[in-house]
Design a protein around this ligand. Structure first.
Ligand code: FDA
Length: 538
């Protein structure tokens, strides 16, 4: 058989693309030509590259977007989306994006709260890893390799296929992607017992800015440290994680108890703040605060929902609760024993029999939303809580929510600098503030965003200070953004210290070493020290 020449392959490649889109010259032609030249298997490349005129472009772009705020006509769109089916297809994307002055936005699960994995004002390509989702569980050694494009639902499902007594301490929502979630920390109902997902990573594979595929040994401990909580997007393209699985009992117990204001919610929430971080570390009780219609007189009230996972049976839980939190009035009939994998479905709001939903990559209920985070180090007074309830009675708060997740346990034992995620001992709990809405109009959007900003201002005296700490996985561009293009250390430290405290400096050092020209960047990426702004003293 005659071996095709580069030029014949390039021609074939352009013909394939011209059928779908490549007739206009709006910035991606050179990128595509470069991809063609860089790739060994040209036909397969054509199946993984989407440009705006391609019929599948919009569905590929939108399928994993979680926040409708970033699906409007005016949201800046990628020139190209690449969906590699093999690791070797990533290096050409990095090379060709660099060559053509394009940024890369890496997307795994698409859950970024501010859309940073799929929207950008500058010319960019989305590298969407959803096809890279192999998971291999080694139950005997209690480890697993998980490709970055997998969701945590898929991970939980694959672990449960192999073992009823192994689990992993990652998030509650099954569609969250391992690429972004683990690299930003990642927590769920096992956090008091085992810490974060990032605390349980033992190896990783990453493509660096020079296209090299590195593992823990070849990347070195500094970079390996940085990608476990420092946000992956600043450092390269994470391909896969090796994780330490954790032991879970055959039976866990769950319960959900609602308390409205008439049912003493204020006092019980107030009390919870003093004790939830000190409970036995097998016990995790979070609180979800919402406004609801009270069942009796259809008047509006505040409802605090106490939702719990206990790593043990109900017979051990009941005396524990009686001793440490009698105010909640937990009864045996409130509790259900189940397997850990069933508790994952329970927390995610699915029937516990429907295990296969963990393999779905799309969320049934995607809405417009804006979120923020806070850390609480001293209990909020009852007066302070009542001020929050007042804000929840405002019009814009119809679909607002506050989620209070207790710390303590394992979180207190891990040092602030073990990984970039610094929020450890001293924190009683974390708050996630959320407001959802249905209207797409700009004015409505602004009203809801103003409301959550007002709530955030109100919270200032009650939460951590110097810095007012925040969780990178609840990305919030209000707390500071980089300058467009390169950014100064000073500018980035405005948001960086809030997410990482003193670890920000080490992250900057790692960035300076591994990506000195700041190729991997976004509105909240770690800057290198020798960037243009720093060189020019600005
Ligand atoms: P996405 O693909 O949008 O990536 C997020 C960021 O990571 C982007 O900057 C992206 O470029 C970068 N990135 C992604 N993959 C990468 C890779 N392979 N290499 C390098 N960089 C990469 N959090 C939590 O801790 N506990 C929870 O229970 C939940 N629950 C939850 C529910 C819902 C509905 C949402 C929308 C979000 C959460 N989160 C959460 C927050 C979640 O952890 C956070 O949004 C993660 O960054 C999402 O990771 P994805 O890969 O899905 O996002």
């Amino acid at each position: 058989m005659k071996t095709p020449t580069i030029s014949s392959l390039l021609f074939a490649f352009l013909v394939i693309f011209s059928c779908s889109s490549l007739v206009s010259s709006d910035g991606h032609d050179d990128f595509l030509q470069c991809m063609s030249l860089q790739s060994n298997n040209h036909t397969s490349i054509s199946n993984i590259v989407y440009t705006p005129n391609n019929t599948s472009y919009s569905s590929i772009l939108n399928f994993s977007i979680q926040n409708l705020r970033f699906t409007s006509e005016t949201t800046p769109k990628p020139l190209v989306i690449v969906t590699p089916v093999h690791e070797s297809q990533i290096q050409p994307v990095i090379y060709c994006a660099k060559e053509n002055g394009m940024q890369i936005r890496v997307r795994s699960g698409g859950h970024d709260y501010e859309g940073l994995s799929y929207a950008s004002e500058v010319p960019f390509v989305i590298l969407d890893l959803f096809n890279l989702r192999e998971i291999s569980v080694d139950a005997e050694n209690k480890t697993a390799w998980i490709q970055a494009g997998s969701t945590i639902g898929e991970l939980y499902y694959r672990i449960a296929e192999k073992s009823q007594t192994l689990g992993f301490p990652a998030g509650v929502c099954p569609t969250v992607g391992a690429g972004g979630h683990f690299s930003g920390g990642g927590y769920g109902a096992l956090l008091r017992k085992y810490g974060l997902a990032a605390d349980n990573i033992i190896d990783a594979r990453i493509v660096d800015v020079n296209g090299r595929i590195l593992d823990r040994i070849s990347m070195g401990e500094d970079l390996f440290w940085a990608i476990r909580g420092g946000g992956g997007a600043s450092f390269g393209v994470i391909l896969a994680w090796k994780i330490q699985l954790v032991d879970v009992p055959e039976k866990v117990t769950v319960f959900t108890i609602d308390k409205t204001l008439d049912q003493n919610a204020t006092n019980i929430v107030h009390r919870w703040q003093y004790i939830a971080h000190k409970f036995d570390e097998d016990l995790f009780i979070r609180i979800l605060i919402r406004r609801v219609n009270s069942s009796e007189d259809s008047k509006r009230t505040i409802q605090a929902t106490f939702q719990s996972l206990f790593l043990g049976g109900v017979d051990r839980l009941l005396p524990l609760m009686q001793q440490s939190f009698p105010e909640l009035g937990l009864q045996r009939e409130d509790c259900t024993e189940m397997s850990w994998i069933e508790s994952i479905l329970y927390f995610a709001g699915f029937p516990i029999e429907s295990r296969d939903v963990l393999l779905n990559r799309t969320q049934p209920n995607v809405r417009y939303f804006k979120a923020k985070s806070d850390y609480v180090q001293k209990p909020i007074s009852k007066n302070g809580l009542q001020g929050i309830w007042k804000l929840f009675f405002e019009e814009e708060a119809e679909e607002a929510e506050m989620i209070l997740s207790p710390y303590g346990g394992r979180m207190d034992e891990i040092s602030e600098s073990a990984i970039p995620f610094p929020h450890r001992a001293g924190n009683l709990y974390k708050i996630q503030h959320l407001v959802y809405w249905e209207e797409e109009e700009v004015e409505a959007t602004q009203n809801y965003i103003n409301w959550i900003r007002k709530l955030y201002s109100y919270m200032a005296p009650y939460v951590s200070r110097f810095p007012r700490a925040a969780y990178i996985n609840y990305r919030d561009l209000d707390i500071g953004v980089n300058n467009n293009g390169n950014t100064s250390y000073a500018q980035a430290s405005i948001w960086g210290i809030k997410y990482f405290k003193n670890n920000f400096n080490r992250l900057v050092q790692v960035k300076t070493k591994v990506d000195p020209a700041n190729f991997f960047r976004n509105e909240q990426s770690i800057p290198p020290l020798n960037s243009w702004w720093n060189k020019n003293g600005k």
